[in-house]
Write a protein that binds this ligand. Structure first.
Ligand SMILES: Nc1ncnc2c1ncn2[C@@H]1O[C@H](COP(=O)(O)OP(=O)(O)OP(=O)(O)O)[C@@H](O)[C@H]1O
Length: 390
């Protein structure tokens, strides 16, 4: 684990570049530092491998204050990839990758085996690339070599400072995929600096959002998209981004808890009263009392009650609409839209993994959610009580 405790940094003893960095990165986690130019991302990152030291506060790695560790020894445990891949132009790619292993006096054969292994890992055929010079390969390939070099001594931590920002979008996409795959396979702790929100969302398990030397929010991409901690972050990520990624919007985010239930053996006069008292268009019918936690078995609309009156039917279970579908609370917006359009449903009860009622999606609620005028989460919470069994 990497831990920043109340870290500040000033380069000139006057201006605080980092004001109070206080966060923890778990072992094996992929953390992205994001923020606009000059907010302190690179400075934060360089504190981890002691390219700079804090003005106050401490940085700990696995509980050890790194100010007590020799920077050279520390850096052997930490790979570093920068935007300009920083390869030595007069050395072959093989020699570049073997640079640190050579400093560590690894045997030639061990070094070469490791370089071959890493080139293979990064989809560069060693038979072709090992002997080439940096100027003979593309930008994306150089960046792959940069990553291979950072992995050479098998460090637990990899720092990546805008490593892909100079690459064209297609190369960038594919190398991002490779890094994600690598992290899954190798379980490294990766700290990645970028100012590209798409890149942060794609790569980060958690994103630390920096502004003026402070972390404004440190959370999963989903949480940051759904609940940006400030207007500044909202603007940075683009207000409508969540709508561009409908798979990230879960049913549990857009469902309403504003509904009423009725037990199947109830009399229809009770159904009438409930609809009238609560000015609602529907009731969810449940098998047993305690509606919120039971399985939905039908829906009562006004039209069902009219039918009951016309035909002298007394029980809810005999008139309820049984032709309905439910949706899992972990499904996403796209699933809802597909379901709604395929069966033309007005109300879809939302269920948990044990098929228990946990909310509803209505046509209107969905439109509200999509047009972002849905009630705030606080208002929804207040209505939970009303959604309880009646
Ligand atoms: N060695 C230094 N001496 C003095 N000031 C510095 C030094 N390095 C960085 N700074 C200043 O510290 C601030 C934060 O710089 P830093 O490189 O950490 O920002 P960043 O968020 O990584 O920006 P970018 O996205 O542009 O790389 C900037 O105002 C920068 O000018």
């Amino acid at each position: 684990m990497i831990e920043f405790k109340k870290v500040t940094k000033s380069y000139d003893k006057r201006t605080l570049i980092l004001k109070n960095i206080d966060f923890k990165i778990k072992t094996g986690e992929f953390v992205v530092l994001i923020g606009e130019s000059g907010c302190g991302k690179t400075t934060t990152m360089k504190l981890i491998n002691r390219l700079i030291d804090p003005s106050s506060g401490v940085v700990l790695i696995d509980g050890e204050d790194i100010s007590t560790v020799d920077p050279i020894i520390l850096r052997r445990r930490i790979g570093y990839v920068i935007q300009k891949e920083g390869l030595m132009p007069h050395m072959t790619i093989g020699e570049n990758i073997e640079l640190v292993p050579k400093l560590l006096k690894w045997e030639k054969e061990r070094r070469k085996n490791r370089a071959y292994e890493l080139l293979n890992l990064l989809n560069l055929d060693p038979e072709i690339y090992y002997e080439k010079y940096p100027h003979e390969v593309s930008g994306g390939q150089k960046q792959r070599v940069g990553i291979a070099r950072a992995l050479a001594t098998n460090p637990d931590i990899i720092l990546m400072d805008e490593p892909f920002s100079a690459l064209d979008p297609i190369t960038r996409e594919s190398i991002q995929d490779e890094v994600l795959k690598l992290q899954k396979e190798l379980g490294k702790t990766i700290i990645f600096v970028t100012h590209d929100m798409d890149e942060a969302i794609k790569l980060g398990e958690r994103i630390a959002f920096l502004k003026d030397g402070e972390i404004l929010q440190f959370d999963t991409p989903d949480e940051i998209l759904k609940r940006p901690a400030s207007e500044y972050i909202e603007q940075f990520i683009g207000k409508d981004r969540i709508w561009k990624t409908p798979k990230k919007l879960l049913v549990s985010d857009i469902m309403s808890k504003h509904y009423w239930t009725i037990e199947k053996r109830s009399n229809i006069s009770r159904a009438f009263n409930l609809l009238k008292t609560h000015d609602t268009d529907f009731l969810i019918v449940t098998e047993t009392e305690g509606g919120r936690y039971s399985e939905p078995i039908g829906i009562i609309f006004r039209k069902n009650l009219i039918y009951a009156m016309e035909n002298n039917i007394l029980r809810v279970r005999d008139i309820m609409d049984k032709e309905f579908t439910t949706i899992d609370k972990d499904s996403n917006l796209l699933d809802v839209l597909n379901k709604m359009s395929s069966i033309n449903a007005k109300v879809i009860p939302v269920v948990d993994d044990r098929n228990r009622l946990t909310g509803v999606i209505t046509n209107l609620g969905l439109v509200n959610a999509i047009s972002k005028i849905a009630p705030s989460p606080e208002v929804e919470e207040e209505s939970i009580g009303m959604g309880d069994a009646v």
